[in-house]
Design a protein around this ligand. Structure first.
Ligand code: FUL
Ligand code: CA
Length: 675
């Protein structure tokens, strides 16, 4: 018997998939897509003139000389990625400003025109070499939208872009992923480009046939529909490709979940930045995402059948900032801790509906640590139980299940139960599994744990089941302030002691202790930290910048109260609202240093704006600020507008001039904040 299993294991290890007995179902991944899925986690790097001009979207009119990193070190980026456990790096070879990080022959806005290395530098050459040195895959982001190139908006531009793709795909060795951004704005001549996607794809495939194309619609992998790093809890890797185009509006919910019977295999990739923006800015040095937040993102992406592309923006020196790399190492350590010991390995495993007379499938393969070996139910049986039993109870809070995707994604729903006395108690009920599904559960102790597949498109084929006991972290404190200026601080951790400051310094156990909401109506900063075990362990330090509390304010725009109610509730107009005004009376004159617009992630997002201030609500004068919010549609975070005026004002007018999405002509404001 042992010999048979051994033989089967050997066979299974070598003959990776497509056992004739199990019929594949639905759209299937290519071999390259299976390999790609197994990368799970890799680095994004946004770097370019924006790093030096403090912008998210450069206009393409910046002087190329501004690009001048003082101590660029691509080996530091690669070393950091490697130590973080990432499998590759994708860099913004060209962002919307059109600036090329390599000396492209088809542009006059490149490293060659920059001050860096007297125009002799080539970031792609340095990074691709560093990736090879550290055993990492190398990938490129090239924005088709080019706000600099004079040909943009004409048919010639398509060939220019294809030529640039050819340069990038012939000069720097292998490229594992080609990232195409969907943004498509106007070019320097005010025209939109009609992209020739077939030409772009064909050009790249000529040199790298196995490259994975990222776009809103694949074909290699798809955008997950948000820039927060979260896949849907239901996440199919299949999509009706013909129905989608890159840059199409209104499809984010579909992209987030995939489509169960989609015609093509287009798995999700979740992209998110470790900072609020994609490019480095000194102003976000204290806003690097916390460890609990990053872990949540990991479980929300890799744990939900998506790959995680985590952006670590390089700073003006051309290096990864110490705060970001420290946080990445904390994340690595935490993940290593979480998955240190697979408790399923020592379980006795029983299965129901197991496929008979097929040496390639067996319950023992569920915990052999080999993705290419699996358990399956009999053909046509779309349910089945996997029960892990122990002589003495185990304590766990993570369970991971993996489907063998080369045969298609099958599972539609499953539950996890534990045996309590003689009763099975359900502790989780979920939908899809896919390549990997990890559930985070409250700590639970049991002698028997059961995963029940309740429904599947065809007999389930499960590669691995794993159980882990992950250390509990101290949750981030959450700071809120109500309309009356009362600040509350909460945390989900049990029995924390919260200390806070209002002078910007990091709280210690000697700082004021938080017990009840306190009044803090002025503009300023509240910083909080939770401590447990008599201060021996502490949470991350959470900093909340607050505007002036809207105490006694009046909204002069009818029905717009929700825009200054200090809650995420939003004021939203009807369609065709542009231009629209939001006028607020602060009750008394005071200095105004800035205004910020908090968009409503559900829609009505404003792109072009103007701000006016007045002492009497009658004389408004010229706009004190005017402009566009970069990338606000995909990344609807707080948009700050600085105002350089030392005068005092009582009235504020925010004018929405144009929408971020031409198909959504409502104006929505979750909050208008005044600093
Ligand atoms: C977006 C771009 O517009 C952002 O600037 C960023 O590059 C992000 C990854 O993709 O759509
Ligand atoms: Ca296995």
């Amino acid at each position: 018997m042992k010999k048979v299993i051994l033989l089967a294991l050997l066979l299974a290890g070598s003959k990776a998939w497509a056992q004739p007995e199990i019929k594949p179902v639905g759209a299937l991944p290519s071999a390259a897509q299976v390999k790609w899925q197994q990368l799970e986690y890799y680095m994004f790097i946004h770097f370019g003139p924006n790093t030096f001009t403090d912008k998210e979207w450069g206009h393409g009119d910046e002087d190329p000389k501004v690009f001048n990193p003082s101590e660029l070190d691509a080996r530091q980026w690669a070393r950091t990625a490697k130590l973080a456990g990432m499998k590759g790096i994708i860099i913004t070879a060209k962002h919307h400003d059109g600036f090329c990080l390599w000396p492209s022959e088809y542009s006059k806005h490149t490293v060659r025109e920059s001050a860096w290395k007297n125009g002799k530098g080539d970031v792609l050459a340095e990074l691709s070499a560093a990736c090879r040195e550290y055993g990492l895959l190398f990938g490129v982001y090239l924005s088709p939208w080019d706000r600099n190139h004079p040909a943009y908006g004409t048919p010639e531009y398509n060939q220019v872009f294809a030529n640039q793709l050819r340069e990038v795909h012939t000069k720097y060795g292998d490229v594992f992923e080609q990232w195409f951004d969907g943004a498509n704005g106007e070019g320097p001549n005010g025209k939109k480009q009609v992209y020739d996607w077939d030409l772009f794809e064909g050009t790249v495939k000529k040199y790298h046939p196995n490259v994975i194309f990222f776009s809103d619609a694949g074909p290699g992998c798809r955008w997950i529909g948000n820039e927060e790093g979260y896949a849907g809890t239901t996440n199919w890797s299949t999509l009706n490709r013909a129905d989608f185009k890159p840059g199409m509006g209104g499809i984010t919910q579909i992209l987030n979940k995939g489509q169960e019977d989609g015609t093509h295999w287009v798995p999700g990739e979740a992209d998110v930045s470790i900072r609020p923006g994609w490019f480095y800015s000194a102003s976000t040095d204290n806003k690097v995402k916390t460890l609990p937040h990053l872990l949540d993102i990991y479980y929300g992406s890799v744990g939900r059948n998506a790959n995680l592309l985590l952006n670590i923006p390089v700073d003006r020196r051309g290096r990864i900032h110490a705060t970001d790399s420290t946080r990445l190492m904390e994340l690595r350590r935490a993940l290593d801790e979480d998955f240190k010991l697979n408790l399923a390995r020592k379980a006795r495993i029983a299965t129901t509906n197991t496929r008979q007379n097929n040496p390639m499938t067996s319950a023992v393969y569920l915990t052999d640590g080999n993705y290419n070996t699996y358990w399956a139910t009999e053909e046509g049986k779309t349910t089945g139980d996997i029960t892990l039993s122990y002589a003495s109870p185990v304590t766990f809070n993570r369970i991971s299940v993996q489907e063998f995707i080369p045969l298609g994604q099958r599972v539609r729903s499953f539950t996890v139960s534990v045996l309590e006395g003689k009763e099975w108690k359900e502790i989780a009920r979920e939908t899809t599994v896919g390549y990997k599904r990890i559930l985070r559960l409250p700590m639970i102790t049991a002698k028997s744990i059961r995963v029940s597949i309740l429904d599947a498109k065809a007999s389930p084929v499960i590669s691995e089941v794993a159980l882990y006991q992950a250390p509990e972290l101290i949750a981030d404190p959450i700071i809120t302030r109500d309309k009356e200026g009362m600040v509350s601080i909460k945390t989900e951790s049990p029995d924390p002691v919260i200390h806070y400051t209002t002078d910007g310094s990091a709280p210690t156990t000697a700082s004021p202790k938080y017990d009840n909401p306190f009044a803090f109506p002025a503009a300023g900063t509240v910083t909080a930290r939770a401590f447990v075990n008599n201060g021996q362990k502490a949470s991350a330090t959470i900093i909340r910048k607050l505007g002036i509390a809207p105490v006694g304010w009046r909204v002069l725009t009818p029905g717009a109260e929700a825009a200054i109610d200090a809650t995420p509730r939003a004021w939203t107009t009807k369609e065709n609202a542009y231009p629209a005004e939001l006028v607020v009376d602060m009750g008394r004159e005071q200095p105004v240093k800035g205004v910020s617009y908090i968009p409503n992630p559900r829609g009505g997002i404003v792109y072009k704006y103007a701000v006016y201030l007045s002492a009497d609500g009658k004389e408004w004068g010229k706009a004190v600020a005017e402009g566009t919010f970069a990338n606000v549609q995909n990344n609807p975070i707080e948009q700050s507008i600085n105002i350089s005026s030392s005068a005092s004002y009582r009235f504020v007018k925010f004018v929405a001039l144009a929408p971020a999405n031409a198909e959504d002509t409502r104006v929505s404001v979750a909050e208008l904040v005044v600093y």
